[in-house]
Structures are given as C-alpha cells and as structure tokens.
Design a protein around this ligand. Structure first.
Ligand code: ZN
Length: 421
C-alpha cells in the first residue's frame, strides 16, 4: 500500500477574468509518489469504525485547541503593525482566532453561521496558549525577526520551525510569514489510517500550519485587501490539519471526500463570486456546496462544515496519536514540570470533591493509590501516555477521615495526606 506523505498547500491560479486566485490543493494525487490510495478496504473499514461507535470520548465533547502563533517577519526596526508590515499586530492575530471560533461553532449572527440541514457545529474552539512549553505565562504570540524575506512552502518548513517552535504534542503551531510564489498556506495532516488516507507519522517539528500574513486575520492590518481577507484560509487549513478533511471534490474529477452529505462535485469552485455551480457526476446533476469550507471558494462564500465532516474529524482524532495528545493536554491545560509534582487543591476541600494535580515532565504514565489509616487500599487508578492532569475524587467514595495518597510515575514517588470532611 502506498503511503501518503503529502501536505496541503495553496497555489496561485489565473482565473478566467484575469484575476489571480490563490487556492489550496493537495499535491497531484495521481503522482504515485504522493498518491492517495482510495481503496474499498479503507471505505469499509471506516464504515465499521463509525457504526461501532469507536468515535467515543471526543464525539460530542467541546474540544479546545491551544494555538501558538509564530510571527516570522523581516522588519529589523521591530515596529509592530502598519501597512505591509509582516510583523503584524496582536489585533490582527485576535481577529483570526475570532473567525476560527465563529466558523467551528457555527456562531449565530456571524459569517460562520448557516441554516443548512446538513450544517454542523463542529464544537471546537481555539485559544491562544496562556503558557509556554516551560510553563511560563505567555500571550501565545512569538515575534521573530529573520533576515530571510520570504519562505518556500516546499523547502522551508524546517527553517521556519528552527526559528520558533513549540511542542506539537501540546500546541497547534501556526507560522505566519511571507510565503514565496503567491502561496497562501500549507498544513500537515494528522497521522493514522482512515478513509482513503494512510498517513505516515510526520516530523513533529513541522506539524502545524504555515500561512501568509496577507490571508491571516479579518479585514485588518495586512489582511485587508482582496478575496482572502475573511480569515477562511486558516479555517480551511485547520480542517485538513485537525480532521484530515479532504476537499469537497476529492481532489479528482467527481472524486470522493468520504463524506456522504457533501454533494458529488466535479472540481474546485474557482470563481471569485458566490454563484450556484452544478456538477454532473454519474449522470446526475447536483448543486455544488460552494459554501463548504473545504471547497476552493473565496472567503465570503464559505460557512459550512457538514455533519459527516464533523464525524470524520472526531473519528480521526481517536486514531491520530499526536492530535489526541494535544486535546488531552488542552483539556487540563496544565504545565509540565521538571520532575513529578503533586498538588492537592484545598485540603480539606470545601466542595464535594477532593482534587489534586499530577504534574509530569512529559507525556507519561502514572498511577495513584489512596489508603486509609489502617493501610487499606481504598482507591486506585492508572493513566498512560498522559500530560499533566487534574484528578477529582468524590468525597462520597472515600467517606470522612484522613487518607494517604501515593502517586507513582516511573521511579518517582510522592506521598500526600488527604483530609476528607
Ligand atoms: Zn485544502
């Protein structure tokens, strides 16, 4: 079976009206080197996967994604914001995060809202990371000067990462810079085998999204002119990065995007205006869903992720190790520490629960045990491949008294006294 080692990128096309359209595409899927093997085997497997309800813990839960924005600019004066300044303002960054949340939550009253019967609230939110990989408070925005004026999406991913990078097991890295050759962006896919995709583990240092600052943010700063200034480039790219979503036309003539509720589509919508487009796949005329975020439509036409796209995303999050780690990290949003630390919060607790944080120095394994004064084990639990996390224990499961907590991770062990009143 051929492996898929491709990433997504934007390239420029000259539209019929002579206007330059910048679009997103996968590398030529017919190229055996990068080809996606769409096989019945994968289709069947996916059906079973979904029917079995293997898409479990992330299925309906609100997912929150911590973002770090690396602004890689060529402005040696250090000035922030202003005309054609790649060292874009914080406000430009904030406007982009806002668009992501409108689109991934189908927020009423915004451009991300739709009334489509197959439209879904992806139930995913994004936030700028509030501490860095060392646990220090952070704005989630890094500004790095580089003497290099622009970057090549094919050759420079490691160069960008070497300038600024946070652990992609915990953060979505977004490199905002000037991209060469009119490219707008580039995203890595999640890894795992699923529905037409058989994805090798990518190097974690380049796992993220590259985006040109002119298409980053909404009608502000350097993203203030043209058809890609509603922030949808990033919505689209994150569709690939997070859920392994495929373009609506399946990157082939009437190709498969493995979502039944996106109509069959001959090809990308390459118009600059939002007018109905039709396909004739398998002898049947259908209306294209040009509003779909995974089409090539310009920003102003887009407002739909479908229910199947949501299902696909949720299913992929179950099998992609790095994405799953990131979501677990985000759920607790606790820093790493150099060595094992156990913090009991409020002891005795004034609520119905006893809570303690277990802080680890990386994703790892630990277990805890709780003993009563007679040395009897009352509770125990173990965790594997977990980031630092919060544990909550109902007081009812312990009863009143003094207890002894033992937390063990590798060869480190910590004891704490718990008071349950
Ligand atoms: Zn794309």
């Amino acid at each position: 079976m051929r492996k898929l080692i491709f990433s997504l990128l934007f390239f420029s096309l000259i539209g019929a009206n002579g206007q330059t359209l910048k679009k997103c595409a996968v590398r030529d899927l017919k190229d055996p080197k990068y080809g996606v093997k769409y096989s019945p085997y994968f289709a069947k497997k996916s059906e079973v996967f979904l029917k079995n309800g293997a898409n479990t813990i992330f299925e309906e839960k609100l997912l929150r994604i911590p973002i770090v924005v690396h602004i890689i600019h060529n402005n040696s004066s250090g000035t922030i914001g202003g005309k054609e300044n790649g060292n874009i303002s914080d406000e430009q960054v904030f406007s982009q995060i806002k668009v992501l949340n409108e689109d991934y939550r189908r927020q009423f009253g915004t451009l991300g809202y739709n009334t489509s019967p197959v439209g879904s609230d992806m139930n995913i939110e994004f936030f700028l990371a509030n501490f860095d990989p060392d646990g220090k408070p952070s704005s989630g925005i890094n500004r790095i000067y580089s003497p290099k004026a622009s970057f090549d999406v094919f050759k420079d991913n490691f160069n960008l990462s070497n300038l600024s990078y946070w652990d992609s097991n915990r953060y979505l890295n977004i490199w905002v810079t000037s991209l060469k050759d009119d490219f707008l962006g580039y995203a890595e896919f999640p890894t795992g085998e699923y529905d037409g995709l058989e994805l090798d583990e990518t190097d974690e240092k380049i796992d993220g999204v590259m985006i040109d600052h002119h298409a980053f943010g909404k009608k502000i700063g350097t993203a203030n002119n043209g058809v890609y200034t509603d922030g949808r480039t990033l919505t689209h790219e994150i569709g690939h990065w997070l859920g392994g979503l495929i373009h609506t036309w399946g990157d082939d003539y009437c190709g498969d995007d493995f979502c039944n509720d996106t109509p069959p589509t001959e090809s990308a919508n390459l118009t600059t205006i939002c007018v109905p487009k039709y396909s004739n796949c398998k002898g049947q005329k259908t209306l294209n869903m040009i509003e779909n975020f995974m089409d090539y439509t310009v920003d102003s036409c887009m407002n739909i992720f479908t229910q199947d796209q949501k299902n696909r995303t949720r299913a992929i999050l179950e099998i992609s190790k790095r994405r799953k780690r990131l979501l677990t990290f985000a759920e607790f949003n606790l820093p790493q520490t150099e060595q094992l630390v156990v913090k009991v919060l409020e002891n005795p607790s004034s609520t119905d629960n006893i809570q303690f944080q277990v802080l680890l120095n990386a994703f790892g394994d630990f277990d805890y045990q709780i003993f009563d004064n007679f040395g009897r084990k009352i509770l125990s639990e173990s965790y594997t491949d977990t980031p630092s996390r919060l544990i909550q224990i109902s007081k009812n499961s312990l009863g009143k008294g003094i207890y002894h907590l033992k937390v063990k991770s590798g060869n480190e062990m910590i004891f704490k006294k718990l008071i349950s009143l």
